[in-house]
Ligand binder design. Structure first.
Ligand code: PLP
Length: 413
């Protein structure tokens, strides 16, 4: 099939408006194959992947150790029948308990980030017998009903109202705002350690620890949504680790499947799991925790340790960010601010139109980037953690040229 034929089918059978938007942004390539930090389209064009599947490709594309683990399971027991025990699931749960902040012990496996968030919200109500959930403005937690209700952007919420009752939102990073609303009716506070889709917003140092302490003072649970920040993205295993914060429940997904399998999990302390231990079938999933998915998760955690990817994410992320900051200083009319931690970075631009233009210019130069879902003024950069410095230098040179081009027309955007 030619790319044009694929796009025509998209227009006819998937979504005409979304296809037109992609065309308008100059996106007309069809994914052919991925390897390391590159994606090659069906016409043979190679792209450097600086978007990393919204944080999913932490190990790059088709990491050989994850491929090997998944292939082995494929030819023995790919999916779980849920009646007999499942070894890869047991092993992944043990490994997650070892790498997550102290106290998190039990895991439930699902298939996506939103499902992991749903699980956390349900566990919080079950464990506390309370109903209120406090989330933050501008947050992104996914688009199923509970996760959408926690999400802090009306554009996604309004068409689906009424949403789940009992949720309120306060500004992110502001502990005083939280203090005013967390009460003895609060089941949980849910926050992202860094707001990802909200525009790569890093909270003040100590905020996550303060959220933990505030929750515990009121008998509420602290839910960390680590779907995007988790599994090495920010240079530590989890975003909470930067603050030494210990959540009661954590949602993970994206990178956990090594970019090969869809895997999500929610992980909780003994106390957060209390209701679920009493009634283990109140939350179930047919596909969640399949052997192939869990084998991918085990291999992913092993690769991160063996290849020292936490250090690489921290050090190469700092190097990348310093390069972005240099470009920002030279083009203040285009770039307002550079933010992020480890390999999770964002460029906030001065104008909304500049985001789409910069994205299109980068893709035309064969570097994949995208703006964040809640904030089209922020170009997110989330490369595979394995990306070496010479490739980072190449991306920075390409970005410099593209920003220069935006600078020439920025007043008209
Ligand atoms: N939570 C966070 C912090 C996310 O960034 C995302 C997706 O971007 C989700 C939840 C939802 O994940 P999914 O798209 O797998 O449902």
């Amino acid at each position: 099939m030619t790319p044009e034929e694929v796009m025509t089918k998209y227009e006819k059978y998937i979504n005409p408006a979304a296809t037109r938007l992609f065309r308008f942004m100059g996106l007309s390539s069809v994914e052919g194959s991925g390897e390391g930090w590159t994606v090659t389209d069906t016409e043979g064009n190679r792209f450097i992947d600086c978007l990393g599947g919204y944080g999913m490709f932490a190990l790059g594309h088709r990491h050989p150790k994850v491929v090997e683990a998944v292939e082995k399971q494929l030819h023995s027991m790919p999916m779980s029948g849920k009646v007999l025990f499942n070894e890869p699931m047991a092993e992944l749960a043990e490994r997650l308990a070892a790498v997550t902040p102290g106290g998190l012990q039990y895991s439930f496996f699902c298939n996506s980030g939103a499902e992991a968030v749903e699980g956390c919200l349900k566990m919080a109500r079950l464990a506390t017998h309370r109903t209120e959930i406090v989330a933050t403005e501008n947050a992104f937690h996914g688009k199923t009903f509970g996760a959408l209700t926690a999400t802090g952007r009306d554009l996604y919420r309004d068409p689906f109202k009424p949403l789940v009752p009992g949720f309120l939102h306060v500004p992110f990073g502001d502990i005083h705002a939280l203090e005013k609303v967390v009460t003895d009716k609060t089941a949980a506070v849910i926050v992202e350690p860094i707001q990802g889709e909200g525009g790569i917003i890093v909270p003040p140092d100590g905020y996550l620890k303060q959220v933990e302490e505030l929750c515990h003072g009121k008998g509420a649970l602290f839910i960390a949504d680590e779907v995007q920040t988790g599994i090495g993205r920010t240079g530590r295993w989890f975003g909470c680790d930067h603050d030494g914060a210990r959540p009661d429940l954590m949602a993970v997904s994206k990178a956990l499947g090594g970019g090969i399998m869809p895997v999500g999990a929610f992980i909780g302390t003994e106390q957060a799991w209390a209701g679920f231990i009493e009634a283990p079938f109140v939350h179930t999933s047919t596909f969640g925790g399949g052997e192939m998915a869990c084998a991918a998760g085990v291999a992913t955690l092993q690769v991160i340790e063996e290849e020292n990817l936490l250090r690489q994410s921290a050090e190469n992320g700092a190097y990348f960010k310093a390069g972005l900051e240099k470009i920002a200083v030279e083009f203040p009319d285009v770039i307002r601010e550079v933010r992020g931690r480890g390999m999770m970075m964002g460029l906030e631009l001065t104008r909304e139109g500049a985001g789409g233009m910069l994205m299109a210019l980068m893709i035309a130069r064969h570097v994949l980037v995208a703006y964040t879902l809640n904030n089209p003024k922020v170009i997110r950069i989330e490369p595979p953690l394995i990306m070496p410095r010479d490739v980072i230098d190449k991306v920075l040179a390409i970005l410099y040229d593209a920003v220069k081009q935006v600078d020439d027309v920025v007043d008209e955007l």
